[in-house]
Ligand binder design. Structure first.
Ligand SMILES: Cc1ncc(COP(=O)(O)O)c(C=O)c1O
Length: 417
């Protein structure tokens, strides 16, 4: 038996053979290039992928830790953040940063909120974030890192945040309220306007997690989709996380954290000078920050422009509607809530959705699941427009296969959970 722990090879290999080995390593991965996955990857087409890749490669060695050495990256980050602030109706004086992803953006929002409270003389030990049950675990991660606590409140019957219940959960230790636009599990936009009013009334920091919708919902709205207000146009919204590496279609490692004011943004930064190499100020969690991620974001935003993003949003919304309509027409299947963007969930009143998911996985479709309710979760990309019919054919076959084995709703948890 070979040693399970690999060691660095004594001699180097040639790149073509390494590339071959790497390709073969990926041969069992989810087949996102053929749009067989509806989670983890956002595929807006070969041309966008190419721009993202080439732009990344152009700046892959540059380091945004050194904006004086690389004014190019400073300029590109300022441009990208500026575009995010404008799209999301930020007021004059708002400020933001690019980060490595949604989790980092959320962590920085929570940190800024905590530091701001401390600056007001509050004791933040075990301070609380009141959030709907559907918010991303990144808030729990941030809370755990920063010594806070998330209080998750069950969602309302429409699967969106229950604002009255959240109001009742606010206590003396509450610092932050959260709503999602949309939340990951159901793809639904929480009632952010009501949360904004509540935040203003109770003088709390409202963070909107638009990691999924930040670079999608504005374009869907421009296309006429009735997405309710969710961004800085609501006065109670203090910060927004919006990921570029999701529906911005840029290379991974790119998100934005946006603050209503410069003063808020200052609370997310870190400064230190008590060591032998001079003062250090970092606006985000990272030290070294990959130039490639910033360059890729800058390039794709310019490549697509408003027109391009509107077209991608139109394709995704249309694909979602086609899928939802066909799924609802299938015997025993149902969809959940009233999703308006690129995500939705569907399940069954008679068959176990996890069993159907298993059948679909055997047919090569790799998608997500939700547990409450038990449902199949799809996060759609423009590339899915080309595979709707194939997906539905396989779904009909999968439903028939599950019905034939008599796997009823709820009785296959051990097998598929
Ligand atoms: C709503 C929402 N917030 C935050 C995140 C975390 O983003 P990331 O995986 O980029 O850290 C996700 C990821 O899917 C998400 O869907």
């Amino acid at each position: 038996m070979s040693d399970p722990r690999p060691s660095l090879p004594e001699h180097g290999s040639d790149w073509p053979s390494l590339r071959e080995r790497m390709r073969s390593l990926g041969s069992h991965d989810a087949d996102w290039r053929r749009a067989r996955t509806a989670v983890y990857v956002f595929n807006a087409g070969e041309d966008v992928l190419q721009v993202a890749k080439e732009a990344y490669a152009l700046y892959q060695s540059e380091n945004a830790l050194g904006p004086m050495a690389f004014p190019s990256l400073r300029q590109m980050e300022d441009d990208v953040v500026g575009m995010g602030l404008s799209l999301l109706h930020a007021p004059e004086g708002a400020r933001g940063s690019m980060t490595s992803g949604g989790t980092e953006s959320i962590l920085l929002a929570v940190k800024a909120c905590r530091e701001e409270a401390r600056a007001r003389g509050l004791d933040t030990t075990d301070a609380e974030i009141v959030a709907p049950y559907s918010v991303h675990p990144a808030f729990d991660k941030a809370a755990r890192y920063l010594g806070l606590r998330v209080v998750r409140i069950p969602v309302a019957a429409d699967l969106r945040a229950d604002v009255d219940a959240m109001a009742r959960a606010i206590g003396p230790r509450t610092l932050m309220l959260v709503g999602s636009a949309p939340c990951f599990p159901y793809g639904l936009v929480d009632p952010i306007a009501e949360l904004s009013t509540l935040a203003l009334e109770r003088e709390l920091w409202l963070h909107v997690d638009a990691c999924v919708g930040g670079y999608f919902a504005p374009f869907a709205r421009m296309n006429g989709v009735a997405v309710p207000p969710f961004d800085f146009e609501l006065q109670g919204v203090r910060s927004i996380s919006a990921d570029l590496h999701k529906y911005g279609y840029v290379a991974k490692g790119a998100s934005t954290i946006l603050h209503r004011s410069e003063a808020q943004w200052q609370h997310q930064t870190f400064t230190f000078d008590d060591w032998p190499a001079g003062g250090m100020m970092t606006p985000t969690l990272a030290g070294t920050r990959p130039g490639g991620a910033i360059a890729s974001a800058w390039a794709v935003l310019h490549y697509l422009g408003v027109e391009g993003y509107r077209e991608k949003a139109r394709i995704v919304c249309e694909t979602r509607e086609r899928l939802m309509t066909a799924i609802r027409a299938m015997d025993g299947l149902c969809t959940y809530g009233d999703p308006q963007l690129g995500l939705f969930t569907y399940g069954s009143t008679t068959l176990d959705p996890f069993a159907i998911w298993g059948q679909m996985a055997r047919r090569g479709w790799f998608t997500g699941l939700t547990t409450e309710p038990r449902a199949i979760h799809l996060m759609l990309s423009p590339a899915h427009a080309d595979v709707v019919d194939e997906y539905l054919d396989d779904l009909r076959a999968s439903v028939a296969a599950v019905a034939a084995t008599g796997e009823a709703a709820g009785d296959t948890k051990a097998r598929y959970a």
